[in-house]
Design a protein around this ligand. Structure first.
Ligand code: PMP
Length: 398
């Protein structure tokens, strides 16, 4: 069976991680992999997570299966986090949330659900988007198309082209929108642009699939879901995929969720039976521990406040690195204007650096960014920021 198997090229980002690991340069800088790092270059476990885990260790009574749709406690907690405490959808029967293994698991179940209930629907993703969106939806057997998103000339959102594309989509197609901290560009719509987008999506009868992987990493817990809330208000149906990997630092615990919003509660019950069926065929039921951590934190006032403070610390550090890098590049009279980096949101930034410039950084300075010019701003710290500025300034003079 396996003797004739052809190897397929590995993921470019994973290859970059391996190259970084094998680089003997003591001053190497990792701006590739998409995890948060603190000022010492570590991906920390939040203190509040440790506290919740000690509580769970003492109180957990069973390791029994938790059912296909996971923790029933997690569903209302995540709904309130995303939609707001007293949102009319909560408890209306029109929204249901299934816990999944990470945001990726949620996206896969969403893809499988679409394929099960409307196989002719296409999923439209932004150009560019997180590359795994293509793999995941291909795995579900759903056709993927792209809509314009990034205007390379202005380092800004290509809003006019995006809106024009939405008006051409087939009603009943699905449009994937990043709730905040767009991966890979770092460019989010402004509030007025979200108003235009949600109006266009609702008018066209396209179903929004909102990928909420970075709530709290951009501007704040509330600010980062303003587009999501507009979409849910204006569209009768929506899908939301949530990841708790970044904002709780629970990358390897695989905590996420798929929320399904339908026009009626009857449709919701039927649709959730399809969701449960997709889950059973995939992994039967999700892991319990990470979701229990999130529930413990979100359902306790003290722990929740502590979590919000630690989340703000991560967010503020990323923002500080953005502004400090821009300031430093100005101070050393860099001839290219990088001020847009300070305007972008979340961990990622389309830096505008060309592939040649990225390769120069890697080969000459041991600085690892993705070939597209995407950098993980969380990889910058007080120790390496001047070296990075110096190297960027050299790279652009090629
Ligand atoms: N969506 C986007 C836009 C992401 O960037 C990521 C993580 N890189 C995910 C979803 C998936 O996150 P998770 O690790 O929870 O599967």
């Amino acid at each position: 069976m396996f003797e004739q198997v052809k190897a397929i090229p590995g993921d470019a980002l994973l290859a970059l991680m391996v190259a970084f690991k094998n680089d003997p340069n003591p001053n190497k800088i990792d701006l590739g992999v998409g995890v948060y790092k603190d000022d010492t270059g570590n991906t920390p476990i939040l203190k509040v997570v440790k506290q919740a885990e000690s509580y769970l260790l003492a109180h957990e009574l069973s390791k029994g299966y938790i059912g296909a749709t996971g923790s029933p406690e997690l569903a209302p907690l995540l709904q309130k986090l995303m939609l707001g405490e007293n949102h009319p959808l909560i408890g209306s029967g029109r929204i249901a949330t299934a816990q999944t293994p990470g945001g990726t698991g949620a996206l896969r179940v969403a893809g499988d659900l679409i394929n099960a209930v409307k196989p002719e629907a296409k999923i439209w993703v932004s150009d560019p988007t997180w590359s795994n969106h293509f793999h995941v939806f291909a795995g579900s057997g759903v056709e993927v198309r792209t809509y314009p998103y990034y205007d390379a000339q202005r380092n800004a959102l290509a809003i006019d082209q995006m809106l024009a594309c939405i008006t051409q989509m087939t009603a009943g197609d699905v449009i994937l929108l990043h709730a905040s901290c767009h991966n890979p560009t770092g460019i989010d719509p402004s509030f007025s642009q979200w108003q235009q987008i949600s109006k266009a999506v609702a008018e066209r009868g396209v179903v929004p699939l909102i990928d909420c992987a970075y709530q709290g990493f951009g501007e704040g817990l509330e600010e980062d879901v303003q587009g999501l809330r507009l979409l849910v208000e204006q569209c009768p149906e929506a899908l939301i995929t949530t990841s708790c990997s970044k904002n709780f630092g629970l990358y390897n615990e695989r905590v996420g969720a798929l929320s399904v919003i339908t026009e009626t509660s009857e449709a919701n019950q039927k649709t959730m039976s399809q969701v449960a069926n997709c889950i059973r065929a995939n992994y039967s039921n999700p892991p319990a521990h990470g979701a229990a951590i999130v529930c413990t934190i979100l359902s306790d006032n003290t722990l929740r406040q502590q979590w919000e403070a630690e989340l703000a610390e991560m967010r503020d550090r990323i923002r500080l690195m953005r502004t400090t890098l821009v300031k430093h590049l100005k101070e050393i009279n860099c001839s290219r204007d990088f001020s847009f980096i300070a305007e972008q949101k979340g961990m990622f930034s389309y830096s505008g650096l060309s592939k040649e410039e990225v390769l120069f950084l890697r080969e000459q300075h041991g600085i690892y960014a993705v070939d597209t010019g995407r950098i993980n701003v969380a990889g910058i710290n007080a120790n390496n920021i001047e070296r990075l500025g110096f190297a960027i300034n050299q790279a652009i003079q090629l």
